[in-house]
Design a protein around this ligand. Structure first.
Ligand SMILES: Cc1cc2nc3c(=O)[nH]c(=O)nc-3n(C[C@H](O)[C@H](O)[C@H](O)COP(=O)(O)OP(=O)(O)OC[C@H]3O[C@@H](n4cnc5c(N)ncnc54)[C@H](O)[C@@H]3O)c2cc1C
Length: 440
């Protein structure tokens, strides 16, 4: 919570700084409407520049508030920036008459220099298409990697156009302080792409991995294990995830996020549980043992490490069991004294993964295991239906809702319903950790 508050404070300071710097210029006042137009334009540009750092790739940001929150904020703020940017030119009132050379502070005259306006017009045309395409990229039918590439290039072009427009057409943008603010911020934005797409891949080349095993667990689920080559692996916390690239150059955009289902205490090798979904996950069977792999990570905040609550409730839907297994394995390996419960929901009983291992945790009292199936067969003995408020109420006492930590991972709809249920049962937001496997 403190990390989130600090980040929000820094964010507001960075985004509002150009308004403060403009105000401090002490230029002759203009009509409110003109100032509002400039203010909205500057806010839109500042917000767009911060979006580069809210891509989920920077651990100092998403490591504190979580990937989900980072991406949701990124998407929300993009819409706000779009609204401000689109509104801003319409608020200006163009005063009739010839250019006034004596009006050096542009109190009465807006620039009529076409070059300065052209970059703004180009950005004005591109921005709505860019935001709309990003919002609907999954429906547009092009590959995730291609979308990611185009998103990065498009954002860079926009930042360049907006820089030119702001420092050449803006009333305040040409002043020394604002010029340096916009140039530095645009430089940081461009550097963030360089960092993610060039510097990080160069670093990854020094820490290669190799595929140790690929195993089909059931119909559409796989277990993939990798081992470090010539290094000690990564330091991570149980429940975290990495971006995994198997069989491609470190500069390739073909990498996907997967939770680590092994525990840090089990050694440097990493295990992933993967459900087939699209291009990459459906081709896991073709990966050969020994194939080179690379990682970006660890990332993520779905971890019980360092939490002080007396007990933990893990709730997994389907493949959401992956990080939970990592957490359970770590609880066992470290003989963690905290009590734990696992609610594991699936559509059918045949989709239940690691049934024997889970039975072992129940037997060893590492975690009580509650299995839930929505389409049970006649011999099913566990819970039936969905994980609901009613089920939680029936299985847990008030003490648990008042004191324990709740860790959720599963389909987005299940996560939303469960968070609502938990809040209504008195669980405070700081005791609910959530990881959605789908954030865009
Ligand atoms: C934090 C996190 C942890 C995850 N952990 C697991 C796990 O342990 N096991 C598991 O089976 N699945 C996990 N997923 C989901 C997994 O990443 C996707 O199923 C996988 O990337 C799909 O890739 P594809 O090429 O097969 O399908 P595609 O058709 O290419 O992609 C389908 C969807 O997967 C998502 N996706 C694809 N590539 C990326 C990417 N590079 N970055 C972000 N999202 C992407 C997008 O939503 C995309 O629309 C996790 C997702 C996230 C965000």
């Amino acid at each position: 919570m403190r990390h989130a508050a600090a980040l929000l404070g820094i964010y507001l300071a960075v985004v509002l700084l150009p308004l403060g710097l403009s105000w401090a210029q002490d230029m002759p006042p203009r009509a409110f409407r003109q100032e509002l137009a400039s203010g909205l334009g500057m806010l839109a540009y500042a917000v767009i520049l911060t979006e580069f750092l809210l891509s989920g790739r920077f651990r100092s940001i998403s490591g504190g508030i979580g990937l989900d929150v980072t991406i949701r904020f990124h998407k929300l703020i993009a819409r706000i920036a779009l609204a401000f940017a689109v509104l801003h030119p319409f608020l200006y009132r163009f005063l009739p008459g010839p250019p006034r050379p004596w009006d050096t502070t542009r109190e009465l005259t807006l620039t009529t220099d076409f070059t300065a306006l052209a970059s703004g017009i180009a950005a004005f045309v591109i921005l709505p298409g860019f935001v709309l395409a990003s919002m609907n990229h999954d429906r547009l039918g092009y590959r995730y990697e291609n979308w990611r590439f185009l998103h990065g290039i498009g954002a860079l072009i926009l930042a360049g156009l907006l820089w030119h427009h702001t420092v050449s057409a803006g009333r305040y943008g040409a002043t020394a302080e604002l010029f340096w603010y916009w140039t530095t911020m645009t430089g940081i934005a461009a550097f963030s792409l360089l960092f993610v797409y060039v510097l990080k891949p160069l670093e990854q080349m020094r820490f290669p991995w190799r595929v140790r095993a690929v195993e089909r667990l059931c119909n559409r689920h796989w277990r993939v294990s990798i081992e470090p080559v010539g290094h000690d692996g990564i330091r991570f916390k149980a429940g975290q995830f990495v971006w995994l690239n198997i069989g491609h150059s470190t500069f390739s955009l073909r990498e996907n996020p997967f939770s680590i289902s092994s525990a840090p205490s089990q050694g440097p090798d990493l295990e992933f549980l993967i459900k087939e979904l699209g291009d990459f996950t459906s081709s896991l069977g073709q990966i050969e043992v020994g194939t080179r792999a690379y990682l970006d990570g660890p990332h993520g905040t779905l971890t019980v490490h360092g939490r002080s609550e007396p007990g933990i409730v893990l709730i997994a839907g389907g493949i959401g069991i992956a990080p939970m297994l990592g957490i359970l394995r770590e609880l066992e390996a470290t003989q963690d004294p905290r009590k734990a419960s696992l609610i594991y929901a699936n559509r059918t009983q045949h989709q239940i993964l690691f049934a024997e291992e889970l039975a072992h945790y129940a037997k060893q009292e590492i975690a009580e295991v509650i299995r839930v199936v929505s389409e049970p067969e006649a011999d099913w003995t566990g819970e039936t239906g969905f994980v609901s408020r009613e089920l939680l109420r029936r299985r847990f006492d008030d003490d648990r809702f008042a004191k324990w930590l709740f860790v959720l991972c599963g389909p987005p709809r299940m996560l939303i319903a469960l968070q609502e249920a938990l809040l209504s049962l008195g669980v405070t937001p700081d005791r609910i950790l959530v990881e959605s496997f789908q954030y865009d």
